[in-house]
Design a binder for this molecule. Structure first.
Ligand SMILES: [Zn+2]
Length: 206
């Protein structure tokens, strides 16, 4: 109830709940600030699309993105590894950082061309977005921080496993050499004949 299907962005359906207006009002400090409201919705959209992008990169399935008063959600399914899940959690913040970098050079231009609304929008898409990203990284409750901050530990574990791995790899590399001894006599004589024919052929061409 109360959902509006906005459309699709690279195949991902986007839905907006009316309560997003309340979230936007809260974000603007309950002022009449259309630029801030628009900025709030765009920041949440970019955040959720950031999750969706990493879900796709890790070859899981994205079902859709929703925006509502408490922020938003990215619905996805698949059997992601713990490291992939942590990266997906980071995706939202990575999206916001990309937004910051993309908008900061044009912040002044937005304010100049659109007046107060442009300045509000520019602020929301840059510093406002960074503030929301920082809140989102608090490792508490349903916030992304809970999954995201597992990443350094998980990567350290994998690094340790990788360092222990070369010894095992060397064993695997020796294994095929041993297995040629087990080739049946018929196959061996066939291989020898092929090798001999190849030598004769080479001699002929010389
Ligand atoms: Zn998120």
């Amino acid at each position: 109830m109360g959902w509006w299907s906005v459309g699709k962005i690279s195949g991902v359906p986007i839905r907006l709940h009316w309560s997003a207006l309340l979230g936007a009002l809260f974000f603007s400090g309950f002022r009449f600030a259309p630029g801030s409201w628009l900025g709030f919705v765009l920041v949440i959209l970019v955040h959720e699309l950031g999750h969706a992008a990493v879900v796709k990169i890790t070859r899981q399935r994205v079902h859709g993105v929703t925006i509502h008063g408490m922020g938003g959600e990215c619905q996805w399914s698949g059997n992601a590894t713990p490291i992939q899940r942590a990266c997906i959690a980071w995706g939202g913040v990575w999206g916001q950082l990309a937004l910051f970098v993309a908008v900061v050079p044009f912040a002044g231009l937005l304010a100049l061309s659109l007046g107060r609304m442009g300045a509000e929008l520019a602020y929301a898409l840059t510093w406002g977005s960074l503030m929301l990203a920082a809140i989102n990284l608090i490792p508490f409750g349903p916030l992304d921080g809970v999954e995201a901050w597992k990443l350094p530990g998980l990567l350290a574990q994998r690094f340790k496993r990788r360092r222990a791995a070369p010894a095992r790899k060397a064993e695997v590399r020796r294994a095929p050499a041993r297995s040629t001894e087990e080739v049946s006599p018929e196959v061996r004589s066939l291989m020898e004949r092929i090798a001999k024919e190849a030598r004769d052929a080479r001699r002929k061409t010389n």
